[in-house]
Design a protein around this ligand. Sequence first.
Ligand code: GUN
Length: 282
Amino acid sequence: MAVILDGRTFANEICEELKSEVQKLAKKPKLAVILAGNNPASQIYVKNKQKKAEYIGFESVVISLPSDVTEENLLEHIYILNEDDDINGILVQLPLPAGINQQRIIEAIEPVKDCDGFTSYNFGRLALGYKPYVYPCTPKGIIKLIEHYNIQTEGFNAVVIGRSNIAGKPISMLLQQKNATVTIAHSYTKNLKELAKTADILISAIGRPDFIKGDFIKENAVIIDVGINRTDSGIKGDVDFNGCLNKAAYITPVPGGIGPMTIAMLMENTLELYKIQRSFKN
Ligand code: GUN
């Protein structure tokens, strides 16, 4: 039976360490989250991020805007947050309402306050193999969890299903930097099942519940499930957990795997940005 990669416990440990570090700071880091529209999943994610930030001892502010917010109005909020010395991290929850140019909004964030690592400055540095101010939260959380369990990547075949800027694309770059041989699959990929079966490390970030069945995976593979799919029977990952449990060597559960790691990395990133910003002032 596979070892279950317990992201929740590890994320809690990381957050406890962050909390004790924050307790020693006279001035607390502050995270600003912009939530536009009323996407129910986004509302829950933002609430969870805010709750965790407050638990750790950060200050936080959530700016909720209506779904018909204009691009100009969104930009105005970002400019104000960029200029506000009290704000250390700015996160714009995605997806943005239809009609809003996401690229324009993300690019308006000052890179040193970009706690998601999504601006072209940070993402570009990641792509080039240079150090960004911070790495995107989900990929960073996956790598941390893999390393925590001493899982080797060097020379292994990794198949990443999904090519989004949030997950698939950056995780494939980080795995490559850890010397894995990486293949990225997406909706146009032919023979996905056969490809997935070649993976020593299979990462699914497609957003389709229970899509990865036991017969998609190689014996003793490492299975990382990035999917958070809301279904009538609750939250489901992309992976048929029970169907893969006896075949995989390691597997992440949903919930309790990559989700909590992502939030912990957001907290870590915010503290890192706080420190970088303070170092600029000295
Ligand atoms: N939507 C889904 N995941 C994320 C994330 O990591 N950051 C932001 N900003 N939006 C998201």
